[in-house]
Design a protein around this ligand. Structure first.
Ligand SMILES: Nc1ncnc2c1ncn2[C@@H]1O[C@H](COP(=O)(O)OP(=O)(O)O)[C@@H](O)[C@H]1O
Ligand SMILES: [Mg+2]
Length: 258
């Protein structure tokens, strides 16, 4: 496991009105084994930050370090899970999970693929095509695809947002189980306080655009969490208050030049 450091990351996009600052400057250290939930309102730059962490997009300024080494582009130490499972419909679950090895021209480690499918709880469905899977099962397959290369960090962008409320709770439990069993680091993007409270060992709150760190709050509660406990409710209140305070922390002017 390795430390992920975000050093003064910024992202600007060209818009009709000029250059728009979407993100940063943003600094954050994510320690091995943490379950960090990044929480912020829609449009604050969470997915942009996630794409930068995944190496799918370059920052306009700043650096990303994995164990003190600057990194760029994608690699198999960072597993990614999108909001949409993004499975290839003509491949089976097993073939989808093994896809990364095929793309790299590597021999598929069949046992590891099967073990990972079992780990995410969809064993028995190895030979099924994605259209026969429920939304939750498809997302389990997508998580298996990200985990099969044994990444140090799992980067997830609102992976359960499209699921119904009950399936979502089940998926949260399944993910916590995987996190505990694999001792992996998870960076989980969400706009949902309850989801962050259910999962995180630390909640990082972002300001509205341009997304910066407004506050970080440790959630030193064991799992399973009792959502009606005083300690849980107290911490949930702190997170909600910081989120509301964060709305006032974003500058009035978002165009940095025109
Ligand atoms: N490729 C892009 N080009 C221009 N603007 C973008 C691009 N990607 C995102 N944005 C803008 O950046 C802001 C943050 O987007 P995003 O990171 O998707 O936010 P979030 O995931 O928090 O909802 C939005 O205003 C969005 O329109
Ligand atoms: Mg997003």
């Amino acid at each position: 496991m390795q430390k992920l450091s975000i050093n003064s990351i910024e992202k600007h996009f060209c818009h009709d009105q000029g250059l728009m600052q979407v993100l940063g400057p943003l600094n954050l250290e994510i320690l091995p084994g943490e379950f960090v939930c990044i929480l912020g309102e829609s449009g604050c730059g969470k997915s942009t930050l996630w794409r930068i962490l995944a190496g799918l997009e370059a920052p306009s300024a700043g650096k990303l370090l994995l164990d003190e080494q600057a990194i760029s582009g994608t690699d198999y130490r960072r597993g990614v899970v999108f909001q949409n499972p993004a499975l290839l419909p003509w491949l089976t679950v097993e073939e989808n999970v093994a896809l990364g090895f095929k793309i790299r021209g590597k021999k598929v480690p069949k046992q590891a693929v099967r073990d990972t499918i079992k780990l995410v709880g969809i064993d028995g469905f190895e030979n099924v095509k994605p259209k026969k899977l429920s939304g939750g099962m498809a997302q389990r397959a997508a998580i298996a695809r990200a985990l099969v290369s044994n990444p140090d960090v799992l980067l997830m962008d609102e992976p359960f947002a499209a699921l119904d409320a009950v399936t979502r709770l089940r998926m949260q439990e399944a993910l916590l189980d995987i996190w505990q069993r694999q001792s992996i680091t998870v960076v989980f993007i969400t706009h949902d306080i309850d989801e962050a409270m259910a999962l995180a060992s630390r909640v990082v709150i972002m300001t509205p655009r341009p997304g910066r760190i407004a506050a970080t709050i440790d959630i030193p509660l064991s799992h399973p969490r009792m959502r009606a406990d005083d300690e849980f409710l107290h911490l949930r209140g702190l997170v909600a208050d910081e989120l509301v305070k964060s709305f006032k922390k974003s500058p009035d002017r978002e165009l940095i030049c025109s």
